[in-house]
Write a protein that binds this ligand. Structure first.
Ligand code: SAH
Length: 213
C-alpha cells in the first residue's frame, strides 16, 4: 500500500479546492490531507482518486465525492473521543476520515462484500473503528446508543425515527433526505422531544435500502 509524494501533492491540491468550495474546518481539511483516498478506490480508477468526484466501487455502490465527505464531516461537528455512528461503510473512506478525527466510530454496512473489504482495509491502514458491523443500518445500532453524532451516507426518502431516538442530547444527525436527489439535512437534538432542523443544499446518493445483502 503505497502513499507516494505524488499522491500527497494531489491531496494538498484537493484540500485547496475544498477550501475554495467553502470547507473551513481545519480539522476536517487536515483529515482529507492525511487519509490516502486512492487506497479506498477501485484500482482501475486510482489515477482519478484526487478529483472531487464520486466513483463506483464494488456492488454498484459509490465512494462519496470528497466535497460531500468534507461537508458531512464538518456538519457533524465532532470532538475527539465522541461516539459516532455511520450508516453505510461502503469503501471505508468516510470512516477513515472520522477515525482520523479521533472519534469512537461504529460503522454499519448492509453489503457483505463491501463490509469485509472495508473492515480489512481500515484495520490494515490503522484507521480502526471501534466496531465495523455487517448489518442493516435502517434500525440504527441500539446496543451502543446514544451517539453524539450519526452520519448517514446513503439517501433516505424519509428520516428513520430511530436515528433521532439514538442521539444524545446535543447530538447531531447528518443525513441526505429525498428520493431522486437529496437535501443534506442536519437534525440537532436540543433536548428530549426538541429537534432543530437545518438544510444545506442538494446532493445525489445511492439509496438507503433495508435488510442485509
Ligand atoms: N461512506 C461511504 C459511502 C458509500 S455509498 C464511503 O465513504 O465510501 C453508501 C453505502 O451505504 C453503500 O455501501 C451501501 O451498501 C450502504 N447502505 C445502503 N443502505 C444501507 C443500510 N440500510 N445499512 C447499512 N448500509 C447501507
Amino acid at each position: 500500500m503505497i502513499d507516494s509524494s505524488k499522491h500527497q501533492g494531489q491531496r494538498k491540491q484537493l484540500v485547496n479546492l475544498l477550501k475554495d468550495k467553502g470547507i473551513n474546518d481545519n480539522k476536517v481539511l487536515n483529515a482529507i490531507d492525511k487519509v490516502p483516498r486512492h487506497l479506498f478506490m477501485d484500482p482501475a480508477l486510482e489515477s482519478y482518486s484526487y478529483l472531487d468526484k464520486a466513483f463506483p466501487i464494488a456492488s454498484g455502490q459509490t465512494i462519496s465525492q470528497p466535497y460531500t465527505v468534507a461537508l458531512q464531516t464538518q456538519l457533524l461537528e465532532v470532538k475527539r473521543g465522541e461516539k459516532v455512528l455511520e450508516i453505510g461503510t461502503g469503501s471505508g473512506y468516510q470512516a477513515a476520515i472520522l477515525v482520523n478525527l479521533g472519534v469512537k466510530l461504529y460503522t454499519l454496512e448492509r453489503k457483505q462484500d463491501l463490509y469485509k473489504k472495508a473492515f480489512r482495509l481500515l484495520n490494515n491502514l490503522g484507521f480502526k473503528p471501534k466496531k465495523t458491523i455487517f448489518q442493516d443500518g435502517t434500525i440504527g445500532l441500539a446496543d451502543y446508543a446514544p451517539y453524539d453524532a450519526i452520519i448517514v451516507t446513503a439517501a433516505a426518502e424519509t428520516v428513520p425515527k430511530v436515528f433521532l431516538d439514538q442521539l444524545s442530547i446535543g447530538g447531531r444527525l447528518v443525513i441526505p433526505v429525498g428520493k431522486n436527489n437529496q437535501k443534506m439535512t442536519r437534525f440537532t437534538k436540543i433536548r428530549e422531544n426538541r429537534i432543530k432542523k437545518e438544510v444545506f443544499g442538494n446532493f445525489r446518493f445511492v439509496p438507503l435500502l433495508k435488510n442485509k445483502a
